[in-house]
Write a protein that binds this ligand. Structure first.
Ligand SMILES: Nc1ncnc2c1ncn2[C@@H]1O[C@H](COP(=O)(O)OP(=O)(O)OP(=O)(O)O)[C@@H](O)[C@H]1O
Ligand SMILES: [Mg+2]
Length: 276
């Protein structure tokens, strides 16, 4: 059955779009058919991060306006078979997309794709409600800062009210050195505060910024970076085992943050990123 997953957060700028793009690629590398939906209608960035901005002809708005068919708006990623983007408008728009409009569209998408990942906008207003409308599950992104955790908590309450289940956590921008020195919450600390299951965590990694600027997603690069390895691991944890041979990353250390592990997850986290 298709999984329609909204990638959301309370606080803005915590890595939703970065994670949507890279997780989508990682899942496609595993052999899944993946559609990424840019539901950040005002600030849309997903096309840029994927390096697909020049290939957009139609957008989600054109589909809703009846100006093209859904298939015509989908941008296939030539570098990664199995990956498709449904872009938001080319220009900043105040045009509202309602939950009632987006639901049938995403249900159509789910007929052809195994994973539909929805990149949601910051905040919990109308745009958030539209982004979560068709989702059957959610990934909440939080950074290890108290404001981000508090905002994530609020979002989890809203997702629960919509009966979205499971709601899982990704902790992003973790700095293991600071965690070790007790100056930053560990992924486990964040998880305990929020009370939802942790699907993985990603360290602060300069190469995320470089890849964003180049429109060359991290997990497509040949060089393994800590964040790319973590995202590949998250894709695997999320449930995919389809064909992980095509994952280029060394996942030998894949017990990191494994919930069944007897080793303290923070120790495992630090062991993956020893140079911090
Ligand atoms: N693990 C990381 N290490 C370093 N930089 C990161 C990491 N994750 C995200 N970033 C950077 O943080 C910034 C915000 O990321 P991103 O745009 O993905 O967040 P967002 O949650 O989608 O933001 P918004 O709420 O505005 O949509 C970007 O500059 C991105 O490169
Ligand atoms: Mg974003």
């Amino acid at each position: 059955m298709t999984r329609i997953i909204v990638i959301t957060s309370g606080k803005g700028g915590v890595g939703k779009t970065t994670i949507t793009a890279n997780l989508g690629i990682a899942l496609a590398k595993m052999g899944y058919q993946v559609a990424l939906v840019d539901a950040d209608f005002e600030l849309r960035n997903l096309d840029l991060l994927l390096g697909l901005e020049k290939r957009i002809i139609y957008t989600l708005f054109d589909v809703l306006a009846g100006e093209c068919r859904l298939e015509q708006a989908l941008v296939k990623d030539k570098r990664q078979p199995g990956l498709t983007l449904l872009p938001a408008a080319k220009k900043r728009t105040k045009e509202l997309v309602t939950p009632e409009q987006i639901k049938p569209l995403l249900n159509d998408l789910s007929q052809k794709y195994e994973y539909v990942l929805i990149d949601s906008p910051a905040g919990i207003d109308g745009g958030f409600q539209t982004a979560i409308a068709a989702a059957t599950e959610a990934l909440v992104i939080a950074t290890p800062e108290i404001s981000s955790v508090r905002d994530a908590n609020r979002v989890i309450t809203l997702l629960q009210a919509q009966k979205i289940k499971p709601i899982q956590l990704i902790v992003n921008r973790v700095r293991p050195g600071m965690v070790r020195d007790l100056n930053m919450m560990s992924p486990e600390d964040v998880q305990e505060l929020l009370g939802i299951s942790l699907v993985g965590s990603i360290c602060e990694d300069d190469r995320v910024i470089v890849s964003t600027n180049n429109g060359q997603p991290l997990v497509l690069g040949k060089n393994k970076s800590p964040a790319a390895i973590a995202i590949a691991q998250i894709a695997k944890n999320l449930g995919g085992k389809k064909n992980n041979k095509s994952l280029e990353f060394d996942l030998s250390n894949d017990r990191i943050l494994d919930r069944g592990s007897t080793i303290d997850p923070t120790t495992e986290f630090l062991s993956l990123y020893p140079y911090f």
